[in-house]
Design a protein around this ligand. Structure first.
Ligand code: TXE
Length: 480
């Protein structure tokens, strides 16, 4: 069994409590590793190490820091296969997905922000002959990064890369459900030339470690991705301390399929946008809205494709879906399918746990599930399920489609399928979501603003937005 350790001031170590928490392998249900059950004492040690490292890290300058992050990216890339195997084992996702998406994107996050910082401009505002203002952007200091279990290394690096590039030192907390790849990353930092204390990783439970980072008076900025309820708790604690917050929360994303769409593309991509990573991506479309003229045709073709998806061993190239992340999560998703039935929904396919054989018999698998017959206001169509479950609804006009799309408390992402250029502009602008894809899904340019409206979050990550978040702007006005 593997032992996960904290990274404190450049040294791998257990928690002060010396207590441990079991980590499970979703594919089998067996214990995979143990992680430190850290608490506020470990957070304090991490903070002190980060604070000591600040001056040196800042003094390395943009180029020095950029070189360290580029070396770290290379070390992960050289070790891609081992990282991918570990991510798949820890999370339950298909190995092919970890190889193709999770780990390459973690590498890309480091490369992107290592170079973005070299091009990060300061603005100047000249007042004719009166004065010149220029915007100085300094690192904030010690910042907190708290990340979830669905894309473990990918979202962990999405936060720490811009934080470090901008010159901050970091106290980071990966999800206790999937800590393995963050631990592996911690073993590469020294080889990349990162000074001790610049990145500190404290493993453990959210209400202990995450809460201690949020409440720490020396940590003035928190970047968080996870559930909306946790985000609200973080905001409640951080607001009276006037902390800077970036909150990337849940979603209930609509997919709008108009009757002029390219049916083949809409079908194949909607299968992906519904079930990639077992539906556990905040960007997955979970409410599929289809024009009534093509509703029956779309529904039948969609269901027949979903029925062909194979749920199985995450290491097998034949598996389209692996296991969901934990027993608790499986039970939560199954309880939503029961709820959908009670609310009057008709399960068109899936709807049950999948029981595999042999070593995988204890694993947490759910058949991809499609439900129809539910109105927009029922809980199934309002609450984030975050699993392989989607619903189908029909609409008769653009206005109705937009109203349905906007009918939840969330506003993270939306997908529009249409070949009408004017409609694509009009509908995209009318939807209350931070990210809208037209005739595609998950096409990601790291320069673009990433985040949600309403209960999907506060602030934007990515590109210049992330670098602005992780720096403090100061206007310096000089009389001419
Ligand atoms: O998230 P949590 P969970 C959604 C999804 C899922 C639900 C719960 O609907 O079913 O959230 O998932 C840390 N103070 N998303 O329970 O609890 C925690 O340890 C500070 C959406 O995993 O929000 C972990 O590191 N931190 C999503 C991180 O917060 C706390 C991705 C996220 O955990 C804390 C994942 C506290 N009081 C889940 N409590 C997305 N939008 O991508 C927990 N944490």
């Amino acid at each position: 069994m593997d032992l996960i350790l904290n990274l404190m001031d450049g040294v791998s170590m257990p928690a002060v409590s010396n207590a441990w928490i079991d980590v499970y392998e979703p594919a089998t249900g067996a214990v995979l590793a143990r992680l430190p059950d850290s608490d506020e004492r470990d957070v304090e040690l991490a903070y002190l190490a980060a604070d000591r490292a600040l001056a040196g890290w800042k003094a390395m300058g943009r180029e020095g820091r950029s070189n360290v992050l580029l070396r770290l990216a290379q070390l992960i890339e050289d070790d891609l296969e081992a990282f991918a195997q570990l991510e798949s084992k820890d999370n339950g996702k298909p190995l092919a997905l970890a190889r193709k998406v999770d780990i390459p994107r973690a590498v890309a996050n480091f490369r992107f922000f290592a170079t973005a910082i070299l091009h990060f401009p300061s603005e100047a505002h000249v007042m004719d002959d009166v004065a010149v203002n220029w915007t100085d952007r300094q690192p904030i200091g010690v910042v907190g990064c708290i990340s979830p279990w669905n894309l473990p290394l990918y979202l962990f690096t999405w936060k720490i890369a811009p934080a470090l590039a901008a010159g901050n030192c970091v106290v980071a907390k990966p999800s206790e459900v999937t800590p393995c790849t963050a631990h592996r990353l911690s073993t590469l930092c020294a080889r990349a030339g990162m000074p001790s204390g610049v990145l500190n990783i404290v493993h453990g439970l959210g209400p202990k470690v995450g809460a201690a980072i949020t409440a720490h008076p020396g940590i003035p900025a928190i970047s968080f991705t996870g559930g909306t309820r946790t985000g609200a708790e973080i905001a409640r604690v951080a607001a009276p301390m006037f902390k800077k917050l970036s909150l990337e929360l849940g979603g209930k994303n609509p997919v709008l399929v108009f009757d002029d769409c390219d049916m083949e593309e809409a079908l194949s991509t909607t299968v992906r946008s519904s079930f990639t990573n077992q539906g556990q991506i905040c960007l997955c479309g979970s409410r599929i809205l289809v024009h009534e003229r093509i509703y029956a045709r779309f529904r039948d073709a969609f269901v027949s494709r979903v029925e062909q998806l194979r749920v199985g061993d995450p290491t097998s190239p034949d598996s389209d879906l692996g296991a969901v992340v934990s027993r608790d999560h499986m039970e939560k998703v199954l309880s939503y399918i029961d709820l959908a039935r009670t609310e009057g929904g008709k399960v068109l396919c899936g709807g049950t746990r999948v029981q595999l054989e042999g070593a995988l018999s204890g694993g947490w698998y759910i058949a991809p599930t499609v439900i129809e017959g539910l109105g927009p206001q029922c809980r199934t169509n309002q609450e984030e399920i975050f699993g392989p479950v989607v619903t189908l609804q029909s609409f008769t006009s653009d206005e109705e489609a937009i109203a349905l799309a906007n009918s939840t408390p969330y506003g993270l992402a939306a997908v529009i399928w249409t070949t009408d250029l004017k409609r694509s502009h009009r509908v995209a602008r009318a939807i209350n979501a931070g990210i809208v894809w037209v005739n595609c899904w998950m096409v990601r340019d790291l320069r673009t603003p990433f985040g949600g409206m309403k209960q999907s979050g506060v602030g934007r990550e990515g590109g210049v937005d992330a670098l602005r978040f992780f720096t403090e702007a100061k206007n310096i006005c000089i009389k001419l």
